[in-house]
Design a protein around this ligand. Structure first.
Ligand code: FAD
Length: 483
């Protein structure tokens, strides 16, 4: 029988700034214990695959409820991850976890979002969350995900979950009574086995369960890929807008600029696959060439230097055909991911982790009631994803471009859009509230007025849906010129 990590030698209210170092030095997250016999089986209530925001949050909440939770993470925190811009709707969840002040300490205050266009006379429009309705916190934070994720993992371990890093799940096998046998391998090549009453897949975009069961389905309505990197000496905004995320439309998609607390700027381009297919040269050069296509971005990067290598990810829009079933739940990106444009990924992961923890706990006591809670979670998440998708699918259309660059608060429409930008996609009534309905109406009228451009944009979008771009093969994956 494996031993598990329990009491941990530090308190949450004494978190140092350098989280990663402390984790490594004090071995807060225990590796798999020495001397455990290969082939031994440990039992747990819940086994969670993946220690990103979704897996860590759910594990902490279930451990608080007294469940024996095992969380397996293949990497070691702190590790790089893309997804650095949080939303105001994240903050009440972080508060509930008792982590809001720690996140404030590692984050840069994000009061709003800038929408920028080189083809528009006004250049950039700033949307400040303070104008949105019903937000408990009218701001958010930009964070380094290495620090943010490490913070969550430490908090999870402190809450009593058994957290193992450097342990990769390689196999799962259904057992009687909806239990699952989980086989993992540690960094020393040892095979470790658990028997879990409930299995949660929070493995991110690798979507462990959905991929293995053939249930990961590429989004038929949306297709794009991203190239990104961290830059130093990029031009930042001044004053209270320093922490705003900026989104720039350009000819082949859109570009984000996310300022981080230490002066680094995260910059990436989300591009149509037909543009990516034309990549020549190294990924670093391709990133630079792409960013320079936007004069506004190029100006802000004129003195900048790329820190480390550029990275890329492709084919990221997908959804599993099923979110849960007897004894299992898919959480965060392991269930679905649409697009980074509204910075919703971490929030959707945290929100479903909160709801998922209640549902799993209920399931462990009463399967019928638990199944209802799991079904309700899927329904709620699907509604939120549908609300977001309407805007995501249209973000690069000429009509959305025109409307976002010339905001009008007719009938509260600007506030409704701001609530969406803040991540408030679950709170509205079915079918959307009136200002959003009016906004959509205005969108269709504007599309009609801009019919020639709109038609061209529609055709390009349609042609691009069929193009396959994966992260591990050209044009995104390494080519001889990268090495
Ligand atoms: C280009 C791009 C930009 C983005 N920008 C933003 C943004 O600004 N804001 C935002 O909120 N979101 C953003 N996102 C989305 C965000 O990155 C994800 O939605 C978020 O990280 C999902 O969290 P998660 O916990 O579900 O998965 P992850 O954070 O991916 O965590 C999954 C974890 O599982 C581990 N794992 C995987 N397989 C195994 C295994 N077999 N065994 C053990 N461990 C395993 C991984 O190592 C990883 O640590 C962006 C995404 C992309 C592609």
């Amino acid at each position: 029988m494996l031993q598990t990590a329990t009491a941990l030698p530090w308190r949450d209210d004494a978190l140092p700034v350098s989280l990663g170092q402390r984790m490594r030095n004090e071995r807060v997250l225990e590796p798999v214990p020495e001397g455990s016999a290969a082939g031994a089986v440990d039992r747990c209530d819940v086994l969670v695959i993946g220690g990103g925001p979704a897996g860590a949050t759910l594990s902490r909440l279930l451990a608080e409820k007294g469940r024996h939770v095992v969380l397996l993470e293949k990497d070691r925190h702190p590790r790089f991850h893309i997804g650095e811009s949080l939303l105001p709707m994240n903050l009440p969840i972080l508060e509930r976890l008792g982590l809001l002040e720690q996140v404030r300490a590692i984050g840069l205050l994000k009061p709003g979002v800038e929408m920028c266009s080189d083809s528009h006379p006004s250049g950039c429009q700033t949307y400040r969350f303070e104008k949105a309705k019903n937000l408990r916190y009218p701001y958010a934070f930009e964070v380094r995900r290495s620090e943010f994720d490490a913070l969550l993992m430490r908090h999870t371990a402190a809450g009593g979950a058994c957290v193992y890093e450097g342990v990769k799940v390689i196999e799962v096998e259904p057992l009687a009574d909806d239990a699952t046998k989980v086989t993992a391998r540690d960094e020393n090549g040892r095979t470790l086995t658990w028997q879990a009453r409930f299995l949660v897949d929070a493995s991110g975009r690798s979507a462990f369960l959905a991929t293995r069961s053939g249930r990961k389905v590429k989004n038929p309505k949306h297709n794009a890929a991203a190239v990104f990197g961290h830059f130093e000496n990029a031009e930042r905004r001044h004053g209270r807008d320093e922490g705003n995320i900026a989104l720039y439309w350009f000819a082949h998609g859109w570009i984000w600029m996310i300022p981080l607390r230490d002066g680094t700027m995260s910059v990436g381009a989300v591009c149509w696959p037909d543009y990516l297919k034309g990549r020549k040269g190294s990924l670093d050069d391709f990133l630079w060439d792409t960013l320079r296509l936007s004069p506004g971005v190029a100006a802000r990067l004129s003195r900048a230097r790329l820190k480390g290598a550029a990275q890329a990810t492709g084919n990221y829009s997908y959804r599993a055909t099923r979110m849960s079933g007897p004894g299992f739940l898919l959480l965060g990106d392991a269930y679905a991911f649409i697009d980074p444009v509204f910075s919703s990924g971490v929030y959707l992961g945290l929100k479903s982790a909160v709801m998922g923890a209640d549902a799993v706990d209920t399931w462990l006591q009463d399967r019928k009631a638990g199944a209802q809670r799991l079904a309700a979670l899927e329904k709620e998440l699907s509604r939120g994803l549908a609300r977001l998708s309407w805007f995501i699918y249209r973000f690069t259309t000429p009509a959305i471009h025109a409307l976002f660059m010339a905001p009008r608060n007719l009938f509260g429409m600007e506030q409704a859009v701001l609530s969406l930008l803040a991540g408030d996609v679950f709170g509205q009534r079915r079918g959307g509230d009136l200002p959003l309905v009016l906004f959509k109406g205005l969108y269709y009228v504007t599309t009609g007025l801009l019919w020639a451009k709109s038609w061209a944009a529609y055709r390009r979008r349609k042609q691009n849906r069929a193009i396959n771009v994966t992260s591990d093969a050209p044009p995104l994956g390494s080519t001889p010129s990268d090495t």
